[in-house]
Design a protein around this ligand. Structure first.
Ligand code: GAP
Length: 545
């Protein structure tokens, strides 16, 4: 069963060392996350797979790693100082600060034409605070999403040291266009790829690592002759979609969404979003825009830009004249892609039926949980939450023991955990879950944090331990991420590795001592085959690809 809520992913991520809430020892910092030992491997593998696909596997791409801090003028002429903002309004009654355009859309059922229309509606008391329902809202003002900092030891207060933490990596590529062109002797079409941190003071971060204030982007700026831009754009849309599919993401969980004219950024001629069906619904994974010649022109010396030192252009040998290339920009989020791969890989299922009396006991507990929810005062629990929990509990109770995985998913629900009897439900279901369910991350072998785990059949048999450690060392030398583990029975060790997505487990047994073969168990098919230790490295490398 795939993840039905993001909480299941959050819970697994925390439990198994993928992602932790940041600075938790001081109570945390809202919507900031730290990648743990397995998370950093997974995210690095996502970034490596991207780089390999868009740089190494192509002949028309170069890489770049530009600085996060850039001259403030970059952000002036890119348009970010003036336009990279969200309109915010303050509620004078409850002090909430909602996004005014979201309030407008939610209450008027359509997009506003601009800030003036939003403010007219606020002045006419047509918009209500989404928190308290009051209509005493301040005029909406643009709130710039760029984080400001000061460069240098002294803040003179006149803004001369003002700098921004970059809100996108793209501008670092545009301002280096001439450098890459000259040093790498490139001809159009060619592109530049970059992976790096970006920062946005998002008003509404949330949904785990989906929207955060600090995140990593994987961006490409692909330069083409004007006129060749539309075909190149479509080719990139197809290539980027295929990348996710090739790494095991289910096609039915991916879709393309054409942005309509009102959504398009000021620089874009066309933009297609690749969306993923996250547990919270279809949401953007990557945007692929045709940015025309907007950026290269914006950073070129002109009457509109007297600060630039030169022009970002290309001498076209065929036409014997300078042209300004168009730009196709596939812009993906490394954190968002990592989250999508995690969600897509997650699978929790019942592997065998628990005894009937245990299932009956659990059913009764779930029913009494539903009754407790029903009795909750509306002041303590919102009606929609009540209805949701009751519906979930009734469905689970009717389907037990088959619905045990769904019940385990509910264990991560904050509202459910506020009900006293749910503690008992959790205790019993988690105990049954340990024995009768299996959680697996079906991650592509290239993405899995650990490729292969090696176990000795008995940890108190020195010859098995020695051989298992040797096998692990050889696999490491073959370039595979391998670990050794002897901290439990083989079945338990398989479970642990399944839960973190390790595609291969190797057991060294007594036969291994005689014929130098080991058992290789496949995570997805659970089949086991004997492979000679001498062939292990190449056999597994070919499966990773
Ligand atoms: N240079 C174009 C650009 O930055 P964007 O749609 O704003 O376009 C591109 O961002 C990608 O970066 C998004 O599709 C998403 O994957 C990721 N991204 C953007 N904002 C993010 C945030 N606050 N948290 C996590 N990822 C984010």
């Amino acid at each position: 069963m795939p993840a039905t809520s993001l909480e299941q992913i959050v819970s697994l991520a925390k439990r198994r060392g993928f992602v932790f809430p940041s600075s938790a020892v001081y109570g945390g910092l809202g919507s900031t996350w730290d990648y743990g030992p397995l998370g950093v491997e997974l995210k690095n593998n996502v970034k490596r797979a991207w780089w390999r696909s868009v740089v190494y596997d192509r002949d028309d791409m170069e890489g770049l790693d530009a600085a996060i801090l850039m001259n403030r003028l970059v952000w002036k002429y890119s348009g970010h100082e003036a336009t990279f903002s969200d309109p915010m309004t303050d509620c004078r009654n409850c002090k909430a600060r909602p996004r005014a355009d979201h309030v407008f859309v939610a209450q008027k059922g359509r997009d506003p034409k601009g800030l003036p229309e939003i403010n007219e509606a606020i002045a006419a008391k047509e918009l209500k605070c989404p928190k308290c329902g009051g209509t005493d809202l301040t005029e909406a003002r643009p709130f710039n999403l760029m984080f400001r900092t000061t460069v240098g030891a002294v803040d003179t207060g006149d803004g001369s040291g003002l700098a921004y933490l970059r809100p996108e990596t793209a501008q670092g590529i545009f301002v280096n266009f001439g450098n890459v062109l000259d040093t790498m002797r490139r001809k159009l079409p060619f592109g530049v790829a970059q992976i790096g941190k970006a920062f946005r003071n998002e008003i509404t971060p949330g949904n785990f690592t989906f929207r955060t204030r600090e995140f990593e982007q994987m961006e490409i700026e692909y330069f083409v002759r004007p006129g060749e831009d539309e075909a190149a754009h479509q080719a990139w849309i197809d290539a980027r979609m295929q990348w996710y599919v090739d790494l095991g993401m289910r096609r039915e969980n991916l879709r393309q969404r054409e942005q309509d004219k009102t959504e398009l950024a000021h620089y874009a001629k066309r933009c297609v979003d690749l969306e993923y069906k996250f547990p919270m619904g279809w949401s953007e994974l990557e945007g692929i825009a045709n940015r025309t010649d907007y950026d290269l022109k914006a950073h070129s010396r002109s009457p509109e830009n007297p600060d630039a030192v030169g022009e970002l252009k290309y001498f076209d040998q065929e036409q014997k004249k300078h042209i300004v290339p168009y730009v196709i920009e596939p812009s993906a989020g490394a954190d968002r892609a990592t989250l999508a791969f995690l969600c897509d890989a997650f699978d929790e299922s019942l592997v065998k039926e628990p005894p009937a009396e245990e299932a009956t006991k659990l059913r009764e507990l779930v029913q009494s949980f539903a009754k407790s929810v029903d009795k909750k005062d509306p002041k303590q629990m919102e009606p929609e939450t009540k209805a949701r929990l009751i519906a979930a509990a009734e469905k689970i109770a009717a389907g037990l023991p088959g619905t045990l995985p769904e019940l385990l998913a509910l264990s991560d629900d904050e509202a459910a955990n506020k009900i006293e009897v749910f503690k008992k439900v959790r205790g019993v279901s988690e105990k049954l879950g340990e024995e009768f369910t299996r959680t697996v991350l079906h991650l592509h072998p290239r993405l899995a944090p650990i490729t292969v785990a090696v176990f000795p059949l008995k940890k108190n048999e020195p010859r098995l331990v020695e051989l298992a450690r040797g096998v692990k060392k050889d696999l490491q030398a073959a370039g595979l991420r391998a670990v050794y583990d002897d901290t439990g029975a083989i079945g338990k060790l398989y479970r642990r590795q399944d839960e973190i997505g390790t595609p291969f487990c190797i057991t060294v047994d007594f036969q291994s001592l005689e014929d130098k073969t080991v058992t290789v168990r496949d995570r997805d098919t659970m089949t086991q085959e004997r492979v000679s230790t001498g062939e292990l490295g190449s056999a597994l490398r070919s499966k990773v690809g």
